[in-house]
Design a protein around this ligand. Structure first.
Ligand code: BG6
Length: 492
């Protein structure tokens, strides 16, 4: 069990305290950190939202949320009760004037606390909440503001949000969350690349044939159809999570692990991404939308039925892209990425496929030229596998087969994997922004996404349909097979 170092005492104000993110992610994450002794007893978590509610009623809501979203084996009644005692509540209108004096009075009780303001609200409110915090004198050296995605829906709206927040908070106090960066295995990518000599030497176009990044989900749009239909998979997943994974895969070694060194290197990758133009949009992109099908053996509706019978939506629920990073290291190495809702498996992985050996001394039927692959599994069953060729045992001649050098994190570390939000929330209190996105990263990623969205908008054809429970439209398979390659499937 790793040593837990307590963070400084804090008052975390969560705007959007009755929303889905607070209920499903933030409260459980804070509960776990409290239970493990990382949160000092003088800290408070102050829920803020428009609803009038007593502190007791807020604590009851939180108790229900924790019972739903924390497994029973981790819910210790005493710890739960003690955690709830740290919860407070104040009714505040993020867009208007009501409630701010009450919040200011509550915070004034403990002026020396670290003060994260977590904006788990609609991004439309980010500007007005920040302005109100400033007007009421609630921003000091120990304050930080945490912004959830989506930060805008294109470059223009992202800039407007960044400008509004930047007017009252300096960049070092702004923490833009991409929760993929808080996943243990994503951080492991940094360890794998920069704490081991053997891989980094191979991380070049001379040795690597191509890279694949897959983030598959079995869920549909759940209760978020309203948001999702104005977003789609490119904005919801690619502009942030998948591009961030690509950055960690492709970036040069940062000078140190400090926030700006890491973000400088990621930014260079984003800048090196070749924009997708109307001329190549057909060849290097596939958009899909799920139709009725079956997931986990259960029949499910199509996307349009999930929207309540809307028939005209052209929103994509699946994207596959062939990307190029234009740099010396990566010239000529395609990055194939795909993500979608209602796929057969919840699975996130990065596959680095090395070049096949240039010549085989083994008989043709013995797989002598099967390339090596490094598979970094982000979820579920986190781990790292290196597929290497080995000789089949026995006297039957020289037959080869691919075998895994396999590190399963669960078996190796035998401990619970903390949720990404646990790590990220503690980093906010510590003031460590390494795993958060800087303004320029978000904006460069939007500029790249905007050109693709524009190229798609100009095309007459809608996204291709795929049955729920499949790996997207067949065109996504063709996208990679045209290049003589295939999407990685688990070896059995
Ligand atoms: C969110 C997206 O950012 O990430 C969701 O808005 C998606 O649509 C989710 O379901 C996936 O996160 P995870 O951690 O379950 O892979």
């Amino acid at each position: 069990m790793a040593t837990i170092i307590p963070v400084a005492s804090f008052d975390c104000v969560v705007f959007g305290a009755t929303g889905d993110l607070t209920t499903r992610k933030l409260l459980p994450a804070l509960y776990y950190r409290y239970k493990d002794g990382q949160i000092p007893g003088t800290s408070r978590i102050i829920g803020a939202s428009r609803s009038e509610m007593s502190v007791e009623a807020f604590r009851e809501r939180a108790r229900d949320a924790l019972k739903r979203f924390v497994p029973a084996r981790d819910l210790d009644e005493d710890k739960l009760g003690a955690f709830l005692d740290h919860l407070d509540y104040v009714a505040v209108d993020g867009a208007g004037d009501d409630g701010w004096e009450d919040l200011a009075a509550k915070l004034a009780e403990r002026p020396d606390q670290v003060r994260p303001y977590y904006l788990a609200t609609s991004p439309d409110l980010y500007g007005s909440i920040c302005r109100n915090l400033s007007v009421h004198g609630l921003i000091g050296e120990k304050s930080r503001v945490v912004l959830e995605k989506p930060i805008g829906k294109d470059l223009k709206s992202a800039r407007a949000i960044n400008d509004a927040v930047g007017e009252v908070f300096p960049e070092e106090q702004i923490f833009r969350i991409d929760h993929y960066l808080g996943k243990e295995t994503v951080q492991n990518l940094l360890a794998l690349r920069f704490a081991n000599t053997i891989f980094e030497r191979l991380w070049t176009a001379d040795v690597i044939d191509h890279v694949q990044i897959t983030v598959g989900e079995t869920v549909g749009v759940e209760g978020r159809a309203g948001y999702y239909d104005t977003s789609g998979a490119l904005r919801d997943m690619v502009q942030n999570h998948l591009l961030q994974l690509l950055c960690l895969m492709a970036m040069e070694s940062p000078l140190t692990l400090d926030a700006n060194s890491v973000r400088d290197e990621k930014l260079k990758v984003l800048r090196a991404l070749k924009p997708i133009t109307p001329n190549d949009v057909q060849a290097v992109t596939v958009r899909g939308q799920y139709a009725a099908g079956a997931v986990d053996g259960k029949p499910v509706e199509g996307y349009r039925a999930d929207l309540g019978g809307e028939t005209a939506s052209r929103t994509e629920t699946f994207v596959a892209l062939k990307l190029e990073v234009q740099s010396w290291r990566w010239a000529g190495v395609p990055f194939y990425i795909r993500t979608g809702k209602r796929l057969p498996q919840k699975l996130s992985e990065i596959v680095v496929q090395f070049r096949a050996s240039p010549f085989s001394i083994f008989p043709a039927e013995s797989f002598g030229r099967e390339p090596n692959r490094l598979v970094i599994r982000l979820q579920p069953e986190e781990g790292i596998k290196l597929e290497v060729m080995t000789k089949d045992p026995g006297p039957g001649g020289m037959r080869l087969r691919p075998t895994n050098l396999d590190i399963s994190f669960e078996e190796t570390f035998k401990q619970r994997y903390p949720d990404a939000y646990e790590r990220l929330l503690m980093d906010v209190v510590r003031g460590n922004a390494t795993l958060f996105m800087r303004r320029d990263e978000v904006e460069v990623a939007w500029a790249w996404a905007d050109s693709l969205l524009k190229a798609w908008a100009d095309r007459p054809e809608p996204p291709r349909s795929y049955p729920a429970g499949s790996w997207g439209p067949t065109a996504a398979i063709a996208l990679i097979e045209r290049d003589g390659r295939t999407w990685h499937e688990e070896m059995h």
